[in-house]
Every structure is written in structure tokens, then in C-alpha cells.
Design a protein around this ligand. Structure first.
Ligand code: NAD
Ligand code: IPM
Ligand code: MN
Length: 348
């Protein structure tokens, strides 16, 4: 398994993907994985040049010809409405039905932990973010746009099928990884119809897993508990929008956005891997961005594709780099993006 479409995208997406690709090539050679990478130029520059976001038929080609897609980041100040982001990133998530946005929150070194009285071992949980519904579906519209009477609506779409399958995925993950608790988070005290569906579905699906404890937290309380006592969490499942927000908080618990990787999955289908961070335009092209989120995302991708020994090599090299301070400035080191990538491949 190893045909991968690589889309560096925009901003620091290009910088960090360059390093992740170096690392993929290094483990490919060392372990004889037979990975084949196809580089694609989708992103802001291509869109501004010829109007292409994703060409027609490209998603079908991804599903037919590739095992995974690796994306750097999208987002460019010249495209303030982020149209290309929706037509590339959200289109892949939705049209490929990648309903699991898997976002591990694992702190790799004590000195990266930003909380008093907690260390790396205390921060180790996995967020299951619903990835195909919710406020992201783009249902809605404007009425009397641009007038004082304007009405603007985005519908929060939650289906029984969609809610059930992400909750079930969270419980299955808990069983497979020997976890004892799944925490579901919503805002069902205020958002009665849609989020009550989450409450009922969580109860019903959870009853099928009697050995796993069910915990429920409203999302405001979850945000507070993530800072107060992150040690209590093992698996968190939540909707699309809340999952987006809490995984930026989660990234800070790991030591920053420069360290958080993610996968967009549908078991048995072509999957999509990307760092949690965006294109950070102010750092683009400056050899400043931390490539670890991208490199750890490559690790996740290889693990998912069954190349576990190669994945472990990457994880170990990153851990060692963090221990020895061979990092970019955001996590205390003095190396550039490329130098960190070089250090990692030397240690693979
Ligand atoms: P961002 O994640 O790009 O950056 C926020 C801040 O986090 C940066 O200014 C920087 O201080 C820090 N940061 C992020 N990644 C880093 C790294 N690798 N190394 C060091 N520091 C890092 O979020 P933003 O500024 O809100 O968004 C910028 C653009 O990216 C927007 O267009 C947004 O829509 C887009 N975005 C895209 C994705 C994606 O493609 N998956 C994700 C988030 C945001
Ligand atoms: C993420 C990003 C995206 C999201 C944006 C770019 C649409 O923030 O992957 O976390 O909200 O899902
Ligand atoms: Mn986000």
C-alpha cells in the first residue's frame, strides 16, 4: 500500500510538506516500502492562475488510484472567502465521506507541557471529530444581504447515521486500544434538537460497550477541563465545529500547533492526512515553521497504511529531536524548518 497524492497547498504548508516528503523518502528507502508520491499543485496559486481548485473527476481519481492523500495546508490572504479551501479540503472530506477526523493529543516531552503540575504523561488522548456534517455542510444563505435587515443562516445538520457512526468509531477505538472512558461533548443544554440527538445516540451506542465508561460534558465545561485536568481524558467524540476548536486547544497541550497531526478517515477508503495547523502566512517561505506536525502526520499516514516499523522510526526520531532540543524556535530550539528535516532524516 503506498500510492500517495501530495498537495503542499499554501503558505507554510509548502515548507512543512517539503520536510515531511524528505522523511517519507528516507523511510521508503530504509524499509523498502515502495511508496510512490505524486505531487499536485492545488492551492491558492493555481486557483489565482487558472481558476482551478480541484479539477472535475479528481476526487474519483484519488479514490480509485491512491491509498492516501497528504495535504500541507490551505489558506491565502488573497482569497479571503477561502473558496479554494472549501473546494479542495472540505470537498475531499465530504465527497470522499471521510467521517472520522482523528486528532491525537499527545504531549511528547515534559518541557512542552504548558500546564503547571502536569507533564507529558498526563496528556494523551484522542479526539474523534465528526467530519462530514454539522455547521460545515454549507446549507443556508443570506436574505437582504448588505442591508440593515440582513438575515444570515448556516444550518447545523446532524443525522442519526452521521452521529452514530462517529460515536461508534470512538467506542471501537477505545476497545481496540484498551481505553476505559469515552467522553462525548455537545451543547445539548442550549441546542436542543440537534445536540439531543447526540445525547440519545451516545447513550444507546454506549450501552453496547458496557466495559467502557461514558462521560458527557457540555463543550464549555470540556474546554475548561482540558486545561484543569487533561489527564482524565482518553477518547473524546464531538461534532465538526467543536472538534475544530478543541483540537487547537489540544494542540497547545502538546506544545503548540507545530506538533499536532491528523487523519481524515473512512475505514476501507482512501484517506487524507494533514497537520492540524493552517498556512500561517506570516511564516511562509521563511524557514521558520515547525515541520513536526507535518512529520508526525506522515507517521500517522504510514501507520494507517500498515507500515508500522517505518512509522515508529519517524516517531522515535521526533521524540529524540525534542529531547535534544533539535527543533525550531516555537518549541525552544534554534534550527530552521529545513535543518530540522535534515536532522530527522539523519536519525532515521
Ligand atoms: P494557523 O494554524 O495557520 O496559524 C496560527 C498560528 O499558529 C500561527 O500564526 C503561528 O503562530 C502558529 N503556528 C501554526 N502552525 C505552526 C507551525 N507549523 N510552526 C510554528 N508555528 C505555527 O491558523 P490561522 O492563522 O488562523 O489561519 C491561517 C490560514 O490557514 C487561514 O486561511 C485559515 O483558514 C487556514 N487554515 C487551514 C487549515 C488547513 O488547511 N487544514 C487549518 C487551519 C487554518
Ligand atoms: C482544520 C481547519 C479547517 C476546519 C478549515 C481550514 C476549514 O481549521 O482542519 O482544523 O475548520 O476544519
Ligand atoms: Mn482548525
Amino acid at each position: 500500500m503506498g500510492k500517495i497524492a501530495v498537495i503542499p497547498g499554501d503558505g507554510i504548508g509548502v515548507d512543512v510538506t517539503h520536510e515531511a516528503v524528505k522523511v517519507l523518502q528516507a523511510v521508503n528507502e530504509k524499509h523498502g516500502l515502495g511508496l510512490v508520491l505524486e505531487h499536485l499543485d492545488y492551492g491558492a496559486e493555481r486557483y489565482l492562475t487558472d481558476g482551478t481548485t480541484l479539477p472535475k473527476g479528481e476526487i474519483e481519481r484519488f479514490e480509485k488510484e491512491f491509498d492516501a492523500i497528504y495535504l500541507g495546508a490551505l489558506g491565502d490572504p488573497r482569497i479571503p472567502d477561502m473558496r479554494h479551501g472549501r473546494e479542495i479540503l472540505l470537498a475531499m472530506r465530504f465527497e470522499m465521506d471521510l467521517f472520522i477526523n482523528l486528532r491525537p493529543v499527545k504531549c511528547l516531552a515534559d518541557r512542552l507541557c504548558p500546564l503547571k503540575n502536569f507533564g507529558a504523561d498526563d496528556i494523551d488522548f484522542t479526539v474523534f471529530r465528526e467530519n462530514t456534517e454539522g455547521l460545515y455542510v454549507g446549507l443556508g444563505g443570506n436574505f437582504k444581504k448588505g442591508t440593515p435587515d440582513e438575515v444570515a443562516i448556516n444550518e447545523d445538520v446532524n443525522t442519526r447515521k452521521g452521529v452514530e457512526r462517529i460515536i461508534r468509531a470512538a467506542f471501537e477505538f477505545a476497545v481496540k486500544h484498551g481505553k476505559s472512558t469515552v467522553t462525548m461533548s455537545d451543547k445539548s443544554n442550549a441546542v436542543r434538537f440537534a445536540h439531543d440527538l447526540w445525547v440519545r445516540t451516545f447513550d444507546e451506542v454506549g450501552d453496547e460497550y458496557p466495559k467502557i465508561e461514558k462521560q458527557h460534558l457540555y463543550v464549555d465545561a470540556l474546554a475548561m477541563q482540558m486545561i484543569k485536568n487533561p489527564k482524565q481524558f482518553e477518547v473524546i467524540v464531538t461534532n465538526n465545529m467543536f472538534g475544530d476548536i478543541i483540537t487547537d486547544i489540544g494542540a497547545m497541550l502538546q506544545g503548540g500547533l507545530g506538533l499536532a497531526g491528523s487523519g481524515n478517515l473512512h475505514p476501507g477508503k482512501t484517506s487524507l492526512f494533514e497537520p492540524v495547523h493552517g498556512s500561517a502566512p506570516k511564516y511562509a517561505g521563511k524557514n521558520i515553521a515547525n515541520p513536526f506536525a507535518a512529520i508526525l502526520t506522515a507517521e500517522m499516514m504510514l501507520d494507517h497504511l500498515g507500515h508500522t516499523a517505518a512509522a515508529r522510526d519517524i516517531g522515535n526520531a521526533v521524540k529524540l529531536a525534542l529531547e535534544e532540543g533539535q527543533t525550531t524556535a516555537d518549541v525552544g530550539g534554534s534550527l530552521g524548518t529545513r535543518e530540522v528535516g535534515d536532522w530527522i532524516i539523519e536519525h532515521i
